[in-house]
Design a protein around this ligand. Sequence first.
Ligand code: WT7
Length: 639
Amino acid sequence: MSYPYQLTSLEAYQKAYQKSVENPEAFWAEIAENFIWHRKWDEVLNWNFNEPKIEWFKGGKLNITENCLDRWAESQPETPAIIWEANEPGEAGRIITYKELHFKVSQFAHVLKNNGAKKGDRICIYMPMVPELAIAVLACARIGAIHSVVFGGFSAQSISDRIQDAQCNIVVTADGAFRGNKNIPLKSVIDEALINCPSVNSVIVLTRTNVAVSMLKGRDFWWEDEIKKVEAQGNPICNAAVMDAEDTLFVLYTSGSTGKPKGVVHTCAGYMIWTNYSFVNVFQYQKGQVHFCTADIGWVTGHSYIIYGPLSAGSTTLMFEGIPTYPDAGRFWEIIEKYKVDILYTAPTAIRSLMSFGTDPIKGKNLSSLKVLGTVGEPINEEAWHWYDENIGKKNCPIVDTWWQTETGGVLISNLAGVTKAKPSFATLPLPGIQPVLVDENGNIIEGNEVSGNLCIKFPWPGMLRTTYGDHERCRQTYFSTYKGMYFTGDGCLRDKDGDYRITGRVDDVLNVSGHRIGTAEVENAINMHTGVVESAVVGYPHDIKGLGIYAYVIFNGVHIDEAHTKKDICETVTRIIGAIAKPDKIQFVTGLPKTRSGKIMRRILRKIAEGELNNLGDTSTLLDPAVVEEIIKSRSPL
Ligand code: WT7
């Protein structure tokens, strides 16, 4: 069975695109008919980017989990919904059918209710990549609670900030997480985070690593014990809460130009339709196929293409607990062979890292089940693209280069596998409903081909963010004020002679490190918390595997033991404040930073120095003290 809205030819894509632009309301209403509603919408779209106000399917009532679970539990109960592969290759995997997943989500929804959860409450989820993570997410959606998943690599401080911002009342976690040869003590990180979180009254703890954890009476409850209570209640099926189309489904925190991460808000109906539509069309998913998205559910890619997109399409989604290089660099290929994976969706940074091990880890692995390959998270360089194409796809699998963001909910610009043409390092064409425009610094739209500019989207799509949690003005400022009447992505982009789009990278103070978004201001704040640091400035520099590495210029007042040791201390501080993903790759001690007369740090110059482009620093005439630059160049250590 395929999907009535699956675009299977170039002509079908072109026709759909045209209709989506000419008559967006009719276009999306027709697609929305393929979902289960308690009540149909009164109005397809109501919008105004100046406020911004974006409402899709207003008046409609639904629950996303009925679309992800109930309908498939009914029509294809024995189809695997989730296939799970453990971190250790020796540990048995798990296969959870739609019928079982429906049951388990219902059970855990009761656990949440027994712990006082109500519609609209915020629930923080900090868990390893085990099926219970997906179950917890779906159980929140089942009862209309808003999930806020925090990636397992974030520090106690980061979790605490996120819990406080959203005023969560429940936390779902585990004793620990296995990742490669590491054992991450999730519960003790949560314990530290909760010191400053009076809003939290229950913590539900799954057993995974069997490490000793502290369990506070009246606050901390074992997942397994809570399930037993529901069994004792007779395991009643948990009816899905009836949600308004525009009710919040989840919050997901992401970094921006300022020091404080923002909670991107997605709503029930629009997000569901967007993740489903993009999943079915970009990957050209066919019923029965196994979809393997290697992201962590802590990031938006995992939300949209491990959970909601695949499950709303009744597909089989593969969830992997570990990392690509454990126990060796052949792990992905083993998993593909073991479960006959059809679609592999991963990040350029993972491809580049695996590339560095050569082709030996691929030898003898049967990858013939693969039909479609995908990438996401950062620009893919041509070398990595060709390596992926030749060694993994055996030149037989279309590669989709999918451009999107936490804020967009799902893929906006990508080729459709085998349907529209691929072009190495190009995301190529917009999905139906997406109207990209390139604008210059003054906000003028740049028409025609062979041009570049800042990427904006000029018309709403169902999956776009609605606000930033608790601070609508910040949403307006960040995304809708730079260019009037348009959503600004923060990315630079070019359109080539064929009209294909190529994303060139962020134009704001956001770094894309291994496909993860990190704000330079956040890292600076963390570095500045180290005793002895006077001031710092952080920029990105090209890194073979990570895409961008983090380069920090630090003014330090007195060195403890020696410089190398102090650098380690600073890294430790950043790990404590944000998490290991934000650790600087390079630290250079400097005596001053290049500033304008008004005191603004000239990052452009620091970027050039970090890149090693010392002869081409550009205009330095506005510098307060040009001698600072000479000093920095002199004390620069080779990369
Ligand atoms: C930023 C969004 C989308 C899920 C993962 C990241 C960059 C994303 C691509 C791509 C070039 C890409 C952009 C974007 N990006 N996909 N295919 N080609 N760049 O989500 O953390 O919200 O980051 O990732 O710079 O703005 P995110």
